[in-house]
Write a protein that binds this ligand. Structure first.
Ligand SMILES: *Cc1c(COP(=O)(O)O)cnc(C)c1O
Length: 386
């Protein structure tokens, strides 16, 4: 039996239908899209068709779509690209963004920028009012994610974008975890820049999209050849591009049914947790109102050090279940997740947490299997520690 995979916020398998569409670009359709001959022309057509499909899915113009190597590059290019294009030096973001936003912001800080971190509430929410109050004459860019990858919070992007537009400050949103799961339309949301990653939506790894609304002050971050209208150099990842477009289309077309399915799995999980572990666990972040497929759980224990989330993850892995703990292993020591810390969770609980993230092919049977194994593992672990 294959292990149960409950870590779809980390990555997803490539959809079979997507794989079918991209294989030719690793075989006979291998041309460099910049070549003038027929091998080049045919891949060029595939790229431009994909660009149009993606633009259509998110309500953009094809000319506003730039292909990158993934969500990380898109976030870097968005923030650094806007800061480089202005004389302003303040970046407004939050402490619970993905590191692909926080680390570029921190590196700009070393070059003289100011970074303002807006404090989220215990659910991970940031209000448009907070953004409004933080924006100054010197604000170069605001960057806030649509859906948090660890706790599933949905930010009021539309209203935040309105505030930014009023103040004439470019607004970037990391929509890596929302695209294909929630309606993401650049015009309805009102964003100026947005990041997408292929491998979070059943597409290939190493491919992403940066949307830059036309007229946004922005300079290319990766320079080289004339690809992407000189906005991102480097030979185009044709298979990746085609795969991302197909994957996005599938997710957008099946969004409603996937969401219903995730909600069913979530209900099944929470009912099971309540009947077996009532009072012994809590949901970190929003209980309701977040995305249904991400559930962050803290397990309580009486011991002074709390339950070891890392050990829980490893034990579950042995039992055939793959989840995440969101904490980063920095120089040998396990640090609590910056997101759980950022919403004010005490270290003890943050270190006792795991993240379950469902995918379209998960089943209720897998949830029951997980509950059984969790019961078994938690009993064993708490017997050992007490
Ligand atoms: C995964 C992820 C990224 C990084 O995307 P890559 O394609 O892996 O570089 C950025 N932001 C969020 C919210 C993510 O979940």
């Amino acid at each position: 039996m294959d292990p149960v995979y409950f870590d779809h916020a980390a990555t997803t398998p490539v959809d079979e239908r997507v794989l079918e569409k991209i294989l030719p670009f690793y075989k006979n359709q291998f041309g460099n899209a910049n070549s003038a001959h027929q091998y080049g022309r045919s891949t060029k057509v595939a790229i431009e068709d994909s660009r149009e499909l993606i633009a259509e899915c998110i309500g953009a113009e094809p000319s506003e779509i730039i292909f990158t190597s993934g969500g990380t590059e898109s976030d870097n290019a968005a923030i650094k690209g806007v800061v480089n294009a202005t004389r302003k030096t303040e970046i407004i973001t939050s402490p619970i963004e993905h590191h692909a936003v926080i680390h570029p912001a921190e590196s700009l800080k070393m070059k003289g920028c100011n970074v303002t971190y807006l404090q989220p509430d215990s659910n991970g929410t940031i209000t448009p009012q907070q953004v409004k109050e933080a924006i100054s004459e010197d604000t170069a860019v605001v960057s806030l994610m649509h859906v948090n990858n660890e706790i599933g919070t949905i930010l009021p992007i539309h209203d935040i974008a309105n505030v930014c537009r009023e103040k004439k400050v470019p607004f970037h949103s990391d929509t890596v975890q929302s695209v294909g799961k929630l309606p993401v339309n650049v015009k309805t949301l009102g964003v100026d820049l947005l990041s997408i990653s292929g491998h979070k939506i059943y597409g290939p790894k190493g491919i992403g999209v940066l949307y830059v609304k036309s007229g946004t002050p922005w300079l290319p971050w990766l320079q080289g050849g004339s690809q992407e209208r000189r906005r991102r150099g480097g030979t185009s990842n044709v298979a990746g591009i085609v795969g991302l477009a197909q994957a996005l289309k599938h997710c957008v077309d099946h969004q409603k049914e996937h969401n219903t399915h995730f909600q069913d799995l979530r209900n099944e999980l929470i009912n099971g947790l309540n009947s077996r572990f009532s009072g012994r666990y809590q949901i970190n972040g929003p209980v309701d109102g977040g995305v249904p497929h991400i559930i962050n759980l803290a397990f309580k224990s009486n011991g002074e050090r709390g339950l070891d989330g890392e050990m829980l993850l490893l034990n579950l892995d042995i039992e055939g279940i793959c989840v995440s703990n969101g904490s980063a292993c920095t120089s040998g020591a396990v640090e609590p997740s910056h997101v759980l810390k950022g919403i004010g969770l005490p270290d003890k609980l943050a270190n006792s947490s795991i993240r379950v993230s469902f995918g379209k092919d998960n089943t209720a049977d897998q949830v029951h299997f997980f509950l059984d194994k969790l019961d078994h593992v938690l009993n064993r672990m708490t017997n050992v520690t007490s």
